[in-house]
Write a protein that binds this ligand. Sequence first.
Ligand code: MSP
Length: 521
Amino acid sequence: MKDTFYITTPIYYVNDAPHIGHAYTTVAADILARYNRLKGKAVFFLTGTDEHGQKVQKAAEEKGRTPKEQSDIMVENFKNLWLKLGITNDAFIRTTDEEHKKVVKTILQTLHEKGEIEKRAYSGWYCLPDERFWTEKEIIDGKCPDCKRPVEEIAEENYFFLMSKYQERLIRHIEENPLYILPDTRRNEVLGFLKNNPLGDLCISRPKERLSWGIPLPFDNGFVTYVWFDALLNYYSATSYLAPHDSGSWWPPDHHLIGKDILTTHAIYWSTMLMALELPLPENIFAHGWWTIEGKKMSKSIGNVVDPNAVVEEFGADAFRYFLFREVPFGIDGDFSEQAVIKRSNTELANDLGNLLSRTLAMIEKYFEGRIPQPPAFDIKGEVDMTRLLQLKNIAENIGADFDVYMGKLWFGHAIDKVWAAIDDANKLIEDEAPWNLWKTGDTAKLAGVLYALAETLRIIAVYFSPFTPSAAEKIWKQLSLEGDLSKADLDAEIKWGRMRPGTKIHKGPAIFPRIEKKAK
Ligand code: MSP
């Protein structure tokens, strides 16, 4: 097994404030980064901002700022949000970093010298907001087939990356590597497109008179680099100046996490760029779905853009993170509403998990003076009937294998389900064994077994939930008086049953998920 793990998010445009879509991909990457750290891997988790191009230049002009001023201001919004959301990125790349620009120029020079870039006269239909050309055949009623906004005809000389020659090789690569593009529906879309349409070459320059905010082409000062060509290279440039240096070579990445709208740029542009550079392709590009807001597309004009800061403020980072990955399978579209967050948080986090912790600790306080009791042997031959307790022990011990497979496939919902089976069974155990009756009848040995099993299950749950709800998991850890920093724990060791030491004084604290009382709509 490889002992490094390199994961990326898209780098976000700094024309506007971060929204739920940005938070979604970044939390997904954070969950995987945290999980792989627990597995003992050296992790490089990269996120950052995409600062060149028309969009940013226009936003800056509207605000009376230079594009760099605009970027410097907006970058802070992203960085602050990542702090609030508990994001543990190892680096933050900005495409205006000098080191990044240098790598882009070197690569452009190399590709030019290798004959992979050519100057041509060109005319086409240009979509300004999407910053890309379309052919006559592709546009629909004078509009961009992607964003449906009007396109304008532009004729000029430009530089082209000779992407078309990689078409067959790319098809082969996708066919031979079923995990290259996920989910399968997206993979099939890309394959379908590649098999049924001739791939064009990619215009990778913009004349300076039309756009000045970009990296100048090293071989022609009259042009700047197309923003996507510059942006995609961040994944590679970062490995040379932002990655931890003690882990050898970081290339290729394990996952590029992206939204479904930017699949073509990654699956086709980026893959062929890497082929031309003779660099290994990433192991996987995963395109997730989009969030609608109360059934509607999220848009500024509707005025329903969800500010993740407000959601965190209102419900807490853990409840938000949990909701995003519990509500819909990663890969398909989902619908966001405050009511849905409240429902998940109150029923699952506050009732099922939060109460399990507080009831367990309250009973340990009441029946064992706040110390983890010494349980009877967890086997069926002993003096105490442990059959029911062994059921919970088995469920808790059996989370691991499937959980790991699901996390590897990015099936976060399935992974959470496995943990949920243990939470449900622990709650059911309380009803089945009725510890208060064991207390009344003086069955202290069995009572000790029950409470030990509950505390131990909670300890294991905290380990598995720590990538999803890191601060709540840390609170469970502390209330159980477990030592060390949970985020640096050793997964294999910690998921074994029986590590909780009898005699440990627990520290019951406030509810880890307070119930959210809010206006019913
Ligand atoms: N700068 C490019 C990416 C370059 S990567 C080399 C870009 N930036 S962006 O700021 O527009 O990023 C948007 C990201 O947010 C994309 O992954 C996109 O899929 C995602 N989302 C935008 N709206 C979204 C939803 N409503 N729901 C979920 N994700 C959404 O594209």
